[in-house]
Write a protein of this length. Structure first.
Length: 207
């Protein structure tokens, strides 16, 4: 099996790139979507309620309110990340083992903080999705609940795009249109198919 790690800062086009991998039969574990699903789980709501009682409204988590709190307090952000990432790692491991049983040759993980928080040894190839700062800003400010202040705080919590470019094996630029994005991803998949794959037991050691 060959494992891709796809990453990129908010608004860089990571989700769009993942869609094109899916269209080319590469299944993708979306960490953002999985974490979003945790906020609907009773066990997570109860744990968050203890530390952040003000953001529980009608038995649901006010995610915008929670973001405002944690991005203003590093300790609270660390607490939330520890809570969510522990469960995320479990879900990643379950999903990967399922794909191994299904005999998938290539799979991908869409990981927003791959370089900051994850173990790079898990992946055979680290792919950075990137674009210009101007396009990033324009994309993000269209989203509900986002403003320049939240965007700035989010970016400051992550490695710079310049540093990520130094760490990545491959860089996908998403400011050149969808046709270029599709062409790039097809080229990457062709490249992967020429690569030697790791043994399953070697992969599972990292997960």
């Amino acid at each position: 099996m060959f494992i891709l790690g796809i990453t990129g800062s908010v608004g860089m086009g990571k989700t769009e790139a993942s869609k094109y991998f899916l269209k080319n039969n590469i299944e993708v574990f979306d960490c953002d979507k999985k974490i979003a699903s945790f906020y609907n789980k009773k066990e997570i709501i109860e744990k968050i309620k203890v530390s952040f009682p003000s953001i529980i409204k009608k038995k649901k988590i006010d995610k915008i309110g929670l973001a405002k709190i944690v991005f203003s307090d590093k300790q609270k952000l660390q607490f939330l990340e520890n809570l969510l990432y522990k469960k995320l790692k479990q879900e990643q491991s379950f999903w990967l083992r399922k794909k191994i049983r299904e005999k998938k040759k290539i799979v991908a993980f869409d990981v927003p903080l791959l370089f900051e928080k994850d173990n790079l040894r898990k992946y055979d190839l680290a792919i950075l999705v990137s674009c210009s700062k101007e396009i990033q800003k324009r994309r993000v400010l269209r989203r509900k609940g986002w403003n320049e202040s939240r965007l700035d705080k989010t970016i400051k919590q992550q490695l710079s795009d310049h540093k990520k470019r130094e760490l990545a094996d491959i860089i996908i630029n998403t400011d050149r249109g969808k046709k270029y994005l599709l062409y790039t991803i097809i080229t990457i998949i062709k490249l992967i198919k020429t690569k030697k794959v790791r043994k399953i037991n070697e992969i599972l050691k990292e997960f």
